[in-house]
Design a protein around this ligand. Structure first.
Ligand code: TPP
Length: 582
């Protein structure tokens, strides 16, 4: 049987075939669809965690219970989960544990471009890298067996193209796996320093065993014998570019990239006149080969930033880009569609206020980061999830009189539960006077509308316990917590002014569900009276794609406008009217 599957769906299939009992993780492009696809299979308990660290830890606990567990995240998620990731390497596993890190070369949807192969090496865990959907299936399935055989968590490193391409998959029968039950083993699982010192030695032993396996595995590290003029060592999606560019070359394709089978590479190098490594991002394989004293080309002919693609690999290997029928994505002319908040999005009014009140805004990651773009341009910094809270405290404390009463941290609700809570605790106990605005739209909108602890739904859409953001803040110890309707600009402005003036930490929770997440039908559009319009442009400056300038006047697109009323409230001459009944 053959099936077309997304790389991410194939990971879910492989995990199900391996009889995985538990899947967890936190959404993040390009990894999100893995858990969503796994949730559809029977016999698997699948749940979103509030962040990657917690997701990882629950998976470790499930593994200790003797079942197989999968945990998924994007590359920066592994930074959040790094503490348990590195330490669980010392514990080894009971039931197999596979962690997917979906890296985003080229930063299609990320704030940085990490090559997490270095994370596997640093944590001393086994790492596998699929190149297409079918490999994603069988490698996931087999990774659980590797995890148990070598007593190591296995990092499955994927990249955007592998996650998001659709390819032919050959689903197989489910493997046999009997849950092992909990095994009490204090020296192994309790990482006291003297236990950890003994485990440290075990880690090296298991890596040696894994290396011996990797060296002789034709399945994981196959060699394609071709011309002896050039030999290419490659892994992941780069293998596809190599195949298309130089079908005649000899190729060593590495499926296990930690530990690297250096003797296999050395033997392969001896069979060819020239050795080249084709790999995306860091010279991870290349540097190891160089360190082993083998002559090799790599980043001297290929870029070490951004995604690879066919023309780049052709240029590197052939010296020129072939004149092919297949167009390079960059050659295809598509209309420019800058990212923007949806028409009617509840974030728009808040950022209009931030801009008009000339606030200093420490931002965070989510749909609302688009508030940094013109014409709103109402965010001054954005670093990583949860960071708005700490940055707001630091700026307010050290910004001098100019920042007093002006500094806001702004964070989405999913991001608040992910990693904003501890920043808020720090604000309270260290007497910050900044104001934190939490955008409570009830969904993780940016990654496609996954539920989070404040949604009241689980991954299956079933009712789940729901945490109330304002109550959580009060319970933490914030004395000043106000809820606002972000569609009511005047009331929200007044509350922001009061809270900014307060000489203590305050929280303003803007409550309005994401229209897409909550599937709220579009309302009737606003109307503009061109007789009274004074062409001031205030309505255009709220940055809504449903309203634009036409022949010097604002013009509403009735197919997009749902009558949220933000433009109506900024219109001084009152030329914009809401649909009847609003
Ligand atoms: C550590 C980490 N994990 C995951 C992501 C992907 N991601 C970016 S923002 C975000 C959450 C957005 O939800 P929310 O804060 O509720 O804001 P919204 O998009 O709903 O406005 C996620 C999951 C990331 N950038 N970093």
């Amino acid at each position: 049987m053959r099936k077309l599957m997304l790389g991410n769906e194939a990971v879910a299939r492989g995990a199900w075939e391996a009889r995985v009992a538990f899947g967890s993780g936190y959404p993040g492009t390009p990894s999100t669809e893995i858990l969503e696809a796994l949730a559809v299979y029977p016999d698997v308990k699948v749940q979103w965690a509030p962040n990657e660290k917690v997701g990882y830890e629950v998976a470790v606990g499930a593994g200790l219970a003797g079942v197989r567990a999968l945990v998924t995240m994007k590359h920066v998620g592994l930074n959040v989960a790094a503490d348990p990731f590195f330490s669980s390497s010392y514990m080894g596993v009971n039931g197999g544990l596979v962690v997917v890190s979906a890296d985003d070369p080229g930063m299609a949807s990320s704030q940085d471009e990490q090559d997490n192969r270095s994370m596997a090496k640093a944590a001393k865990v086994l790492m596998v890298e699929p190149y297409d959907a079918e490999e994603a299936r069988w490698m996931t399935r087999e990774a659980f067996a590797l995890s148990e055989a070598f007593d190591s968590p296995v990092l499955m490193r994927m990249t955007t193209r592998v996650c998001h391409h659709t390819g032919v998959v050959h689903p197989a029968e489910r493997a046999e796996f009997t849950p092992k039950g909990f095994v009490k083993d204090i020296p192994k699982f309790v990482l006291l320093p003297n236990h950890a010192r003994a485990r440290r030695v075990k880690i090296e032993e298991r890596l040696q065993k894994a290396l011996a396996f990797s060296e002789q595995s034709d399945l994981w590290n196959p060699i394609r014998k071709g011309s002896s003029d050039i030999g290419i060592v490659t892994s992941g999606v780069s293998y596809g570019y190599v195949l298309e560019t130089m079908p005649e070359a000899s190729v060593l394709k590495l499926g296990i990239t930690n530990p690297l089978p250096m003797e296999r590479i050395r033997a392969f190098a001896k069979t060819v006149k020239k050795l080249v490594v084709v790999e995306e991002l860091e010279p991870y394989i290349e540097e190891a080969i160089r360190a082993a004293g083998i002559q090799v080309h790599g980043k001297d002919i290929l870029p070490d930033t951004g995604e690879l693609n066919l023309p780049l690999v052709e240029k590197a290997l052939l010296g020129h880009v072939r004149d092919k029928v297949t167009a390079h994505p960059g050659d295809v002319k598509i209309p420019v569609r800058p990212p923007t908040l949806c028409p009617g999005c509840s974030h728009r009014g808040i950022f209009t206020l931030f801009r008009d009140m000339k606030l200093r805004v420490m931002g965070d990651i989510g749909c609302y980061t688009l508030g940094a773009l013109k014409p709103l341009a109402a965010m001054d910094a954005c670093m990583c999830m949860g960071a708005s809270v700490g940055m707001a405290q630091g700026l307010e404390k050290f910004g001098g009189p100019k920042e007093k009463g002006k500094t806001i941290g702004v964070i989405g609700d999913s991001t608040f539960f992910h990693s904003g809570l501890t920043g808020l605790v720090d604000m309270i106990v260290n007497r910050s006077q900044a104001t934190l605005v939490i955008l409570d739209n009830r969904w993780t909108a940016m990654t496609g509308g996954q539920p989070h602890p404040g949604t009241g739904k689980d991954i299956h859409g079933e009712d789940a316990p729901q945490l109330n953001v304002a109550e959580v803040c009060r319970a933490l110890g914030v004395k000043r917590v106000r809820e606002v309707d972000p569609y009511n600009l005047e009331a929200t402005r007044k509350i922001l002014e009061e809270e900014l003036a307060a000489p203590e930490v305050s929280v303003v929770v803007a409550v309005a569900p994401c229209l897409l997440g909550a599937r709220i039908p579009k309302g009737e559009p606003v109307e503009i009276n061109l007789e009274t319009c004074n062409r001031c442009g205030a309505c255009i400056r709220v940055g809504c794609m449903a309203i634009h300038e036409k022949d010097g006047f604002p013009d509403v697109d009735p197919d997009l406008c749902g009558g949220c009323g933000v433009c109506e409230q900024v219109c001084e001459p009152g030329a914009i009217s809401l649909p009847a009944g609003k």
